[in-house]
Design a protein around this ligand. Structure first.
Ligand SMILES: Nc1ncnc2c1ncn2[C@@H]1O[C@H](COP(=O)(O)OP(=O)(O)O)[C@@H](O)[C@H]1O
Ligand SMILES: [Mg+2]
Length: 252
């Protein structure tokens, strides 16, 4: 299960130079197995929100719970995939994917069996003994996704995971992610700068306002997958979301 409840979440970073309120009274319910995209102006607290859900950061006020249990710290049940390639350069693909399992003391044979399953899911069978430096950007992100999935998380948290990829690779990765979501039915909370990506992937798009981030609107995308990026309806939803983001930008 992976139902995420965010209630009254407020987060400020207090420093000598001053206080930054990153998030203010964020309330959101994400259903089990839902695919939600978070969009909003740069600096509105998207990464901070994901990090709080991951348990890597604490809130100042409010709570985040998964299936009714309040989050108090990191847990492999919530897998995170970052924009920057966060693989261990000294480990090959299979040992990167099996890392979390190794930390949990699972035997080598068993963790390699599990890792191989997810390596196949992301189409990297031929590269299981390759090192990160031997892989393209898209392949490295596939490894990062396989590594998160190998822990069998309830929730997959993805922070602009395809942001550094070229347009063609990015489109292919989006398709692959949808196929992985179909197969694993994880709850996915996916942060992106790209409204196009959000309209293509999400069941619901959560639009955050400019800092301090607060929920401006939630847009349901009723179409099933696969979606047609060139359709008129697609363009209409994209324009609507872009407008909401623009209006949410703080006045300079
Ligand atoms: N560790 C930190 N210390 C101080 N300020 C931070 C820290 N992390 C984020 N911030 C600030 O909080 C705000 C939201 O940042 P972030 O969550 O990274 O936004 P986004 O991912 O939407 O671009 C920004 O103003 C950022 O500078
Ligand atoms: Mg960010």
């Amino acid at each position: 299960m992976g139902r995420v409840s965010i209630r009254g979440l407020t987060k400020a970073f207090v420093k000598e130079e001053g206080t930054t309120v990153a998030l203010k009274n964020v309330n959101l319910e994400v259903r089990d197995k839902e695919f939600v995209c978070l969009v909003g102006p740069s600096g509105c607290g998207k990464t901070t929100l994901l990090r709080i859900i991951a348990g890597l950061e604490t809130a100042m006020a409010g709570t985040v719970s998964v299936d009714g249990t309040e989050i108090t710290g990191p847990d492999p049940k919530r897998g995170m995939v970052f924009q920057e390639y966060s693989l261990f350069p000294w480990r090959n693909v299979i040992d990167n994917v099996a890392f979390g399992l190794e930390m949990r003391g699972i035997s080598k044979a068993e963790r390699h069996r599990i890792a191989d399953r997810y390596i196949s899911m992301v189409g990297l069978e031929q590269f299981r003994t390759s090192y990160p430096y031997e892989l393209s950007g898209g392949m490295r992100q596939r490894v990062a996704i396989a590594r998160a999935l190998a822990n069998d998380p309830d929730v997959l948290l993805m922070d602009e995971p395809f942001g550094a990829l070229d347009a063609q690779t990015r489109n292919r990765m989006q398709k692959e992610l949808l196929s992985i979501w179909e197969q694993t039915k994880k709850t996915i909370i996916f942060v992106t700068h790209s409204v196009d990506e959000a309209v293509y992937l999400a069941e619901r798009i959560v639009v955050l306002s400019g800092r301090p981030g607060t929920i401006r609107d939630i847009i349901e995308i009723p179409w099933s997958q696969p979606r047609d990026r060139t359709s008129t309806e697609f363009a209409e939803v994209r324009r609507h979301v872009l407008q909401l983001i623009d209006e949410g930008e703080p006045v300079q």
